[in-house]
Design a protein around this ligand. Sequence first.
Ligand SMILES: Nc1ncnc2c1ncn2[C@@H]1O[C@H](COP(=O)(O)OP(=O)(O)OP(=O)(O)O)[C@@H](O)[C@H]1O
Length: 265
Amino acid sequence: MGRLQANLAEPRMPSPDFALDISGLRKSFDRPVVIDLELKVKAGEFYALLGPNGAGKTTILRMVAGLLKPDAGAISVYGIDTAKDPIAAKSIVAWVSDEPMVYDRLTPLEYLEFVAGLWRIEAREAERQSNELIDWLGLRPHANERCGGFSKGMLQKVALAGALVHNPRLIILDEPLTGLDAGSARQVKDVLKQKVAAGVTVIMTTHILEVAERMAERIGVINHGRLVAEGTLAELRARIGRETTLEEIFLDLVAQKEADFAAVA
Ligand SMILES: Nc1ncnc2c1ncn2[C@@H]1O[C@H](COP(=O)(O)OP(=O)(O)OP(=O)(O)O)[C@@H](O)[C@H]1O
């Protein structure tokens, strides 16, 4: 009994083995959008977050990136509580939104060096890092042109490069491949693969199920603000009992949950 009481009294300690550890997370706007969410992503994992439109994916990730305050629950990145130490958490996280924000008047090189300056990265290292990212993402031909005239896809690549300048340990991307042509999508996927190979954790939302199927080690499915299924592709297949594509699994899981949701509503 004494031991049970002691366990109940102990606060749950975030573990640095997890790049992301979310517990009891809640957020409402005019209605609950994220509901008692529990989600763990291992360090060095490539994790895809799927879900229908309006499921709550962006809201979850904005809370992880410190852009939105949760109503309840805890989020830790590599063992750092994002509410208690937001600056330390932000210093190891990159957030890449689906709406790239880049200064029109700067060239990609100037923008990257500006972002590096904000992170107080030493000038020579900033220049090296910026040039490496420019080459990785195929931006070299436009490195000295102002971003103001860039297409959405090019801006997305500049924004991604900007998010990587400080060598984050956790990269969070919201729909990073939307609007990219095949060549640009390949460049972004290659950069992410190289990051994961180097031990960085990547979490991304996507509606392109083929990308999740090919790239992600584990997949989480969000519906109505809850994690309704999670696992490797093989585990998700086993769960619905058919050898099939991720698209079929996804539609099956979402349809099952819609039926459950309708039954309780
Ligand atoms: N700032 C806000 N104010 C009010 N409602 C919001 C706000 N942000 C999100 N929502 C609502 O919360 C719900 C979840 O939105 P969210 O953007 O998290 O979904 P999502 O799963 O990322 O969807 P999608 O795949 O379409 O991008 C939606 O109903 C949305 O309208």
